[in-house]
Design a protein around this ligand. Structure first.
Ligand code: KG4
Ligand code: ZN
Length: 378
């Protein structure tokens, strides 16, 4: 049995976990900085680093206590080295390095995006180990605040990117559109909640009302994505309705200005407002368009690459509509992470680190962060 202490500080979650054999999560502590960053409508890097410095040691202590383990029982320390915010990554990496040196155990540097891809195979300590081995090749859809990538996992460590966003990441689009609609921060859960309030379709045909439908950015002929056009379409809707005639007016780059003009969100004011029926319908229209494109391309990739499974990963994988639609449409088995392992956490870092330890991929003490790390790099 191999016991790993894992640390994650790439963005705005300070996280520590103890994971056995890369699968069994003995403890997973996540200290969210959401409330701190909410008033700015997004993550403020310097504030994030300082918060990590304050909260990491207590988080590690809690993770060890909850796992009922001592430092002496650990076989390795794992940490995210990238991609992420430089100042945030440094805090986790320095802590992990000091712990590894102090205990004389291996230090394992993990790619945050690969960690997300491993989250679906995590289990509670009571689970049976069977059923936790993927059948390769696996299509992975990584959808987070910073990334939207479609990959083929030929094996745990052989990951090929076959499609990616050309502009905004899916989570980023959710966050920006939530801001346009005055739905607060972070946008993904807010849009999902607002969309759920939209009334059933009204046309009588079972089809959504045309006013509730956005055209999809298909990017035909490849597996890439583009979400900035959807954001602009939402902005034009809001802007047009602001002027009372539904006619698009103005320059879409005036996002913050328009959001302020419609009395929705501005810096320092990102708390959610009561949701009107129109806002709920727009939230649903946006969510449906994003989900439709993500699901279609993931399924297309599954057929194209003869995949045996499709795995969903990253913060947007928490979206219930996306999970439901992918499960309904996929030609092969779908794995989705438990909700607690969709958004940033350290258990997923422990999962990928275990595979690296088995392969002897251990870092030296001069390890550095890699804020721009790509999938497939370590
Ligand atoms: O993976 P993550 O925690 O951080 C990054 O590595 O980026 O992802 C955060 C992103 C945010 O953009 C957030 O709005 C989105 O995941 N998100 C969701 C949901 N929950 C979180 N998007 C859609 N629906 C959700 N339920
Ligand atoms: Zn993430």
């Amino acid at each position: 049995m191999t016991r790993i202490l894992a640390i994650e500080t790439s963005c705005d979650e300070t996280a520590a976990a103890v994971v056995d054999d890369g699968v069994f999560v003995l403890s997973s502590i996540v200290v969210s900085q959401e409330a701190l960053h909410r008033r700015w409508g997004g993550v403020v890097p310097e504030l994030a680093s300082r918060e990590h410095a304050v909260h990491l040691a207590p988080a590690v202590r809690r993770a060890l206590a909850m796992a009922g383990t001592e430092w002496s029982a650990l076989d390795a320390v794992a940490v995210t080295r990238g991609p992420g915010l430089a100042g945030a990554l440094v805090v986790g990496l320095n802590f992990a390095r000091a712990a590894a040196v102090g205990r004389g155990i291996p230090l394992i540097a993990v790619n945050h995006l690969e960690a997300h891809l491993h989250a679906s195979w995590l289990a509670s300590p009571m689970a049976l180990p069977s059923g936790h081995t993927p059948d390769f090749p696996v299509i992975g859809l990584v959808v987070s605040g910073g990334h939207t990538e479609l990959v083929v996992m030929h094996d745990w460590d052989v990951v090929e990117v076959v499609g990616r966003t050309r502009d905004d990441a899916a989570g980023e689009a959710f966050d920006k559109v939530a801001r346009i609609l005055g739905l607060g921060y972070p946008g993904g859960p807010a849009i999902q909640a607002a969309a759920a309030l939209a009334p059933a379709t009204t046309s009588g045909s079972g089809e959504p009302d045309a006013r509730d439908t956005l055209s999809r950015p298909w990017m035909r002929g490849n597996l890439d994505f583009s979400f900035s056009g959807l954001k602009t379409a939402m902005l034009r809707q809001v802007e047009g309705e602001l002027h009372g005639n539904g006619t698009p007016v103005g320059n879409p780059s005036r996002l913050a200005e328009v959001a302020r003009a419609v009395g929705h969100a501005s810096a320092g004011d990102n708390a959610a407002r009561p949701v009107t029926e129109r806002t709920a319908r727009l939230a649903r229209a946006f969510q449906e368009a994003v989900v439709d494109v993500l699901v279609s391309k993931a399924c297309e990739a599954a057929v194209m690459y003869g995949a045996k499974e499709v795995v969903l990963a990253g913060g947007v994988a928490a979206n219930l509509r996306l999970r439901e639609a992918l499960i309904a449409a996929s030609p092969v088995r779908v794995r989705v992470p438990a909700l607690e392992y969709c958004t940033d956490n350290a258990a997923m870092v422990g999962a990928v680190a275990y595979r690296q330890l088995l392969r002897g991929e251990v870092s030296g003490q001069g390890l550095d962060i890699r804020p721009n790390l790509q999938i497939g790099e370590r």
